[in-house]
Design a protein around this ligand. Structure first.
Ligand code: HEM
Length: 143
């Protein structure tokens, strides 16, 4: 029981998370549905692969590599210059979803990540939009 994996970091390991982050950007680079998201990023995605990996390693329960290097885990500020509405958020989540499938993530891991991944992506969203829960009049209990 004690050696049952408890965190995504324990399941994937550092190398697994680095592969996930690289795969995420490779998918973003080529997926037509993510072309808007791709256009927001610099031509060279290598620095982003490393940064996302460092961020996710800490976020998934491993050593806080991003926090140690950059002094924060706040993702609001670095995303402020970009227009991030529900469409951009969903493009990001689509790429992550496909990256998890492509890297062979187990159902257990996908289940574990689904809600927290949505929450962090939605927290980074800085614009309203038609598919945003907070602006959808049909979702009475939102918030
Ligand atoms: C919600 C949709 C999101 C959009 C549209 C988005 C877009 C971007 C863009 C355009 C950049 C700058 C890239 C560059 O400099 O070339 C960036 C940076 C970054 N993003 Fe996102 N992002 C999103 C969600 C996320 C999420 C959910 C995470 C983490 C789980 C994340 C982690 C990062 C990191 C670590 C950086 C680098 C920040 C730094 O400069 O240190 N992003 N993102």
């Amino acid at each position: 029981m004690s050696d049952t994996p408890q965190t995504p970091y324990q399941i994937l390991g550092e190398e697994g998370i680095r592969t996930l982050a690289s795969t995420f950007y490779e998918i973003m680079d080529t997926l037509p549905e993510a072309s808007g998201l791709r256009a927001m990023h610099a031509t060279n995605l290598s620095p982003m692969k490393a940064k996302l990996a460092e961020y996710l390693i800490g976020w998934m329960g491993g050593p806080p590599l991003y926090a140690d290097k950059y002094g924060t885990v706040c993702m609001t500020t670095p995303h402020e210059p970009f227009h991030i509405g529900p469409e951009e958020r969903d493009q990001w989540l689509l790429c992550m979803d496909k990256a998890l499938v492509q890297t062979g993530a187990s159902e257990q891991l996908v289940d574990m990540l689904k809600v927290p991944m949505f929450r962090i992506a939605d927290a980074i969203r800085n614009k309203e939009g038609p598919s945003s829960a907070t602006s959808n009049p049909n979702i009475i209990a939102a918030g």
